[in-house]
Ligand binder design. Structure first.
Ligand SMILES: [Zn+2]
Length: 202
């Protein structure tokens, strides 16, 4: 725990991945964990990639200008038939019916039949530009509860980021999927524990 805090203190850039273990449905008091995390990283130049779509992270003190949620946001609405690229904020369309084609609205997430990606692309661009600035820097990668539901979003690209940066260090924390691939073994610490519990105990 102390070692993790020291590592965070020492790094220039902090990349955080948040995965399945952080779903509000499985952790009723998830906001507390986000606040712990916010406290841990508040002094740092960080960026967060989350695959969680419940948008609870945006109710925390974490800086929303440093968060990208490429799998979408359940509280935002889109047309279930994708007749338009419009995305509506909560409550904007009270009857939850598409004003263009009268189809029901649905959450703006990868669960939609045709996911309208415009909802996240702006922050995703900010993220890739931030990431390109980490190349020769002391980069700390903190991967929290990311399994194999959508490994192409965080897990595999993070491994690649760690393997190409000589100064990178990684913490992979997961109840079940804490294993390290051979490419990152020497640069990474694996912690076999639920990552929400781990952060709550720091
Ligand atoms: Zn429509």
């Amino acid at each position: 725990m102390q070692q993790l805090k020291d590592r965070i203190k020492e790094c220039d850039k902090l990349l955080i991945g948040i995965g399945e273990e952080w779903n509000k449905d499985s952790v009723p008091e998830i906001l507390k964990a986000y606040e712990k995390l916010a406290d841990l990283v508040k002094e740092k130049d960080y960026f967060i990639v989350t695959t969680v779509t419940d948008a609870e992270i945006f109710n925390s003190s974490l800086d929303s200008r440093r968060i990208t949620a490429p799998c979408g946001n359940e509280t935002w609405r889109q047309c279930s038939e994708s007749c338009t690229k419009d995305i509506w904020e909560p409550g904007e369309i009270p009857d939850d019916i598409c004003p263009h084609c009268q189809a029901p609205l649905t959450g703006n997430t990868i669960e939609a039949k045709n996911y309208i990606e415009e909802g996240y692309l702006h922050m995703w661009k900010k993220y890739t530009s931030w990431l390109s600035g980490t190349l020769n820097k002391n980069l700390m990668v903190l991967e929290l509860g990311v399994g194999f539901e959508t490994p192409t979003v965080i897990r595999w690209p993070f491994e690649k980021t760690v393997s190409i940066n000589n100064k990178a260090v990684m913490y992979r924390i997961h109840d079940k999927f804490y294993q390290l691939s051979p490419e990152i073994k020497d640069k990474a610490v694996s912690i076999a524990m639920n990552s929400v519990d781990y952060i709550e105990e720091t």
